[in-house]
Ligand binder design. Structure first.
Ligand code: ARG
Length: 570
């Protein structure tokens, strides 16, 4: 694999070396390099470093400039209070473009190599339908799994299904007593819940059924398995439609940890952090206090001897560290679970499971809102089924795509509408900064303009069409051709893809990748409006085709990491 170091990094290394030559006591200093409005890059280090050597910033900047030796930087201009404006040689920019084009990975390295990363995402609850609340975890988690995997991490996807608990006793009992029920599991669940709440005798029979399930009664366990299978099949339909990576092997639900709960509690007791409180066994936080000023507890074992969500997550983190040998644990759930995970991580640290070299992080996200600014609900006030929401987005995307290109065959239109509609929903979710709430607005999502998935798919398809018209051969760049400003902006933007991915791998914020792809598509538009490609004379034509090709590949690749299709035609 051939890694191509981003120009920004190369420039930074060059400036750091010059700083060290000018002032040995500053060796290794951060050169504070960024993109510049006045040149390709600028280095602002002198402003921060001048004090350390008792010089004026402008003076230090001049010393650094004079200490520079021949490199990819062609021109260094001192400006303002001590900025260095840096312009690269044209040939170094072209070389960078051809090096990235020559690499199947676009020259991107594998900074996550050797890191075993567990991504816990999606995790819907068995016997309930997937609803809008599961959209974000599924889409964000899947994007992170793809991106970290591409950067070299060994990703272990975990779908922590809610497949265990007292509600199954109720459901199984209800199904037994109403054998001819034709309705969906979701409706059955609701009916069972209503009966449980209104009929004391049924509630008692349900509780007895929970005991039967937990003690492994063959009949009851078989019924439970059936329910899980039916639900998982329904989830799979949604996963397939969304095009997420989750497979049946990734389903490691709450029931999996059931046999591990007792020993987990025992281990916490031995570690001396589990204490009795009002008949229950709990872990009190040493970091977080509740509104009453008392330490917040994690519930290990309820007074009735039952285990719950907290206990399961303690068993889960222990398993992921000890058995899965994870270096990094990510939990993609909504922000309301922040305290839960904080307490779980604290307990795991105190128990000695979560040690220094292992990173555990909750990856929280905001709420999906309806047009009224409140959590998204159906008009009747119910939860929005994920399937309905996807159908709606695809139907609207179909209208948009059909209008743009009316004479397409219906079958092709269906296929494209599906890719555009699903892509639009995913992109709208991923492009919002993760912690913010966002309004689910289908018309805006499928718009052809603005920062949308459909806009990026169009941008990509348009470039593919240019490449088809050019005969789509692998262009050989002539590095001696001077770059015009729009070519230069596009080329530098293309080169920044590598740094963007590394940044998203660290911050776990996919919206940064969306923002990058949008900026790239716009840089391409500016370039294409100013620079004819097919009609240009050689060698300009070939060089411009190289920029087109790298843009198309970068857009396609970036959309791929977001889990969004990049069709050749739209
Ligand atoms: N099933 C849970 C829910 O619907 C999410 C589980 C998240 N993962 C975990 N390890 N707790 O809220």
């Amino acid at each position: 694999m051939h890694e191509v170091s981003p120009l920004l990094d190369q420039v930074a290394t060059t400036i750091t070396a010059a700083i060290g030559r000018a002032r040995p006591e500053l060796a290794g200093a951060d050169p504070v390099v960024s993109r510049s409005e006045h040149a390709d890059f600028q280095a602002n280090a002198a402003l921060a470093l001048a004090k350390r050597v008792g010089a004026a910033p402008r003076e230090l900047a001049a010393e650094v400039r004079d200490a520079m030796v021949a490199s990819l930087i062609d021109e260094t201009a001192l400006s303002g209070p001590g900025f260095l404006n840096l312009t690269l040689s044209d040939s170094s920019v072209w070389h960078q473009i051809s090096a990235r084009l020559a690499s199947p990975r676009l020259g991107i390295g594998t900074p996550e190599l050797g890191r075993r990363t567990v991504v816990d995402y999606s995790a819907p609850n068995i016997a309930k339908e997937m609803h809008v609340g599961h959209l974000r975890t599924t889409i964000i988690g899947d994007c992170l799994a793809r991106l970290l995997g591409f950067l070299g991490a060994e990703v272990v996807r975990q779908n922590h299904l809610g497949d265990w608990g007292t509600q199954f006793g109720m459901l199984i009992q209800y199904l037994d007593e109403h054998p001819s029920t034709e309705s969906t599991l979701d409706d059955t669940y609701r009916a069972a819940r209503a009966e449980f709440e209104s009929d004391e005798a049924f509630a008692d029979r349900s509780r007895a059924r929970v005991v039967a399930l937990q003690s492994g009664d063959a009949d009851t366990v078989a019924r439970w398995r059936e329910i899980v299978a039916v639900s998982e099949k329904a989830f799979r339909v949604i996963y397939d439609r969304l095009g997420v990576l989750l497979t049946p092997e990734d389903s490691v639900g709450e029931s999996f940890y059931n046999p591990l709960l007792a020993e987990t509690v025992e281990a916490l007791r031995e570690a001396g952090i589990a204490v009795e409180s009002e008949g229950a066994l709990v872990v009190f936080s040493t970091e977080v206090t509740g509104p009453d000023g008392n330490p917040v507890p994690l519930m290990l074992r309820k007074r009735d001897g039952g285990y719950g969500y907290d206990t399961t997550d303690l068993a889960t983190i222990r398993y992921r560290i000890h058995d899965l040998a994870a270096d990094r644990l990510l939990y993609v759930t909504d922000s309301r679970q922040a305290l839960h995970f904080r307490l779980i991580f604290e307990a795991a640290r105190r128990a000695g499971w979560l040690t220094g070299g292992i990173e555990a992080a909750h990856v929280p996200y905001g709420t999906v809102l309806g047009s009224d600014g409140r959590p998204f609900k159906t008009r009747a006030g119910g939860t929005v089924r994920l399937m309905d929401l996807l159908d709606d987005a695809v139907a609207r995307a179909r209208a948009v795509v059909a209008e743009k290109n009316p004479e397409r065959a219906p079958a092709e239109l269906d296929r494209i509408a599906e890719q555009a509609g699903i892509g639009a929903v995913k992109y709208a979710d991923l492009s919002t900064s993760r912690l913010r709430d966002y309004t689910f607005d289908v018309d805006r999502m499928v718009a052809l303009t603005g920062n949308t998935g459909v806009y990026l798919q169009y941008a990509h398809a348009r470039i593919r069409s240019i490449l088809r018209n050019a005969g789509d051969t692998e262009p050989v760049v002539d590095a001696s051709v001077p770059l015009t400003p729009p070519e230069r902006t596009l080329a530098l933007e293309l080169d920044a893809y590598a740094s963007t991915l590394v940044d998203v791998g660290t911050t776990l914020e996919p919206h940064r990748l969306c923002g990058y792809l949008y900026a790239l598509a716009r840089a391409f538009t500016t370039f294409y409006e100013a620079c004819p490609v097919l009609k240009a004379a050689e060698p300009t034509r070939t060089n411009r085709l190289a920029l087109c090709r790298l843009t198309a590949r970068t857009l396609e690749h970036g959309l791929g990491l977001l889990g969004i299709a990049a069709p050749e035609r739209l």
